[in-house]
Every structure is written in C-alpha cells, then in structure tokens.
Design a protein around this ligand. Sequence first.
Ligand code: ZN
Length: 283
Amino acid sequence: MMMETFYDKFPGIAEKETRCIIVMNDETGLPKGEYYLLESYCNKPKCDCRRVFINILHKDKILATIGYGWENVEFYEQWLGEKYMAQDMKGPILELSGQTTEYSESLLKLFEKAILPDSQFITRLKTHYEMFKKNLHKNSTEELIEEDFNPEKHTIVELCKESGTDFDCITEDTKEVFYPILMAIEETIWNQYSKDSSLKDSEVIESLKKLRDGVFSENTRFNELEENIVKKLKLVLFLNNHSKRDLSLSISNVLNSAKLHRSSDGSRGYVTFISRFFNQMTK
Ligand SMILES: [Zn+2]
C-alpha cells in the first residue's frame, strides 16, 4: 500500500482540520512548541484498511510517524486473515517505514495519552478517511468512463436494476446510499455552471423537471446539461445497484434542493451553493 497525505487531496480542509498539540512543559522531554499531526491514508481505491499514518511535524521537521487503526483488533485480524500482525495494524505504533528520531518514543506516548482519548479527533480521522477513499474512487471512475464504458450503447432503463436501495424516501439517515446518483447530478450541474456562469437556478430547475418526467423515455429531447446528466447517470447505474425508483427519488431530491436554495438565496442560490461544496471537495 502507498500512503498519501490528506493535504494532497484536500488542502483547504487539511489546513483547517489538522490537529496541533502544544507542548508547554519539560516533563515530556520534548522541545516546547507546536506539533502538527499530518495525516496520510492508503491510496489503493479498493483497499479498506481503515488506518492512518500520522507524521508529527515540529518546526518543519518530521519527528515521528505513528500508525493507527481505529477499529478493534478483531477487525484487523479478519482483514489480514491472521493474528500475528493485527495488533500492529491497530497500533498505535511507530511505523518502521516512517521517520524515527530521538523524540519518536515520547511522541508516541504523548499521542496515546493526549490524542487517543479524544473521540472528536478519532471521528475526524474516520471522516477524512472516507473522503479520501471516495475521492480515489471518483478518480478511478472517471478513468473507467474513458476506457471501458460507452454511454451511447446503453439506455437508462436498461441500466436500472430490479431492486435498488429499498428505501421509499431520501432522509438524512438514508441519504448516503443515494449519494452516487445525487453527486452525479449535482456535479454535472456544477461542471456546467463552471463552464457557463450565466446558468441560473430556474434553468436548472426546468432541466431537472424534464429529467424527472422523461428520463426513462428514449424520445425525450434533452439540452446539453440534461444530456450530460444522463450520460453521468448511466455510468453510476452501470457501477451501482439502483432501481428506477431510486433514480426518480434522487432527481426529485435535487430538484427540491434547487427550489429551496433559489427561494432563500436568489436566482443563483443553488448553483452557488453546490459550487462552494464541490470547489472545497476538489481543491
Ligand atoms: Zn489500505
């Protein structure tokens, strides 16, 4: 596995959310000052190792590399298929492949004492891991588009599966399983708006209505935006198990979101909102 820094993919978020420890006294044997915990994650799209490498940076120098897995040991035993290495996978340990200095041991102790009990930090690691992995998946998906999948050869209807998510509506709790479809639609709208800043919410809303009513029919004539959304949806349907109902629910969900943002934030309230979101995701 190759570890890659979180900062590489999400510099804006990393700047805001990188944990810093301040050492004020001599007890620890560490030089006083700020220590930054720089996260790296494994960049194999299909690997679900659920670990982080933390490089501890002090005055522009990495003084220790700590490996840590937030799941329990049983998870890593199963994941590895053996017991011998599982404890090391869980950690926290000093990574042999990382930086080792005279301060590494003290930093590991500090990490155990001051950082591990901080559940908010651990939750943040999990979130960063999810974002990182999704980003990898997205990139490999885009490669697939160019290489293997030809949307022209498929219809939406044919790509929809008999059974999908089994949910009747999209709520905060169920939203996650619809993300591939929701993201495909919103990302395409965002792409269009990035190319053409004259795009208004009202046009987006018209397009979404047309898709809602005509996406399963081959006779509907779509404009450029609608055509691009359909193309992207075909890939998502090709890669995931979604039913026609999932697709209808998702289009309606985006439509409602667009209406909501237009009514509260003006004629480009919605396109501005999604731009902010995607710009941060891909920065
Ligand atoms: Zn991995």
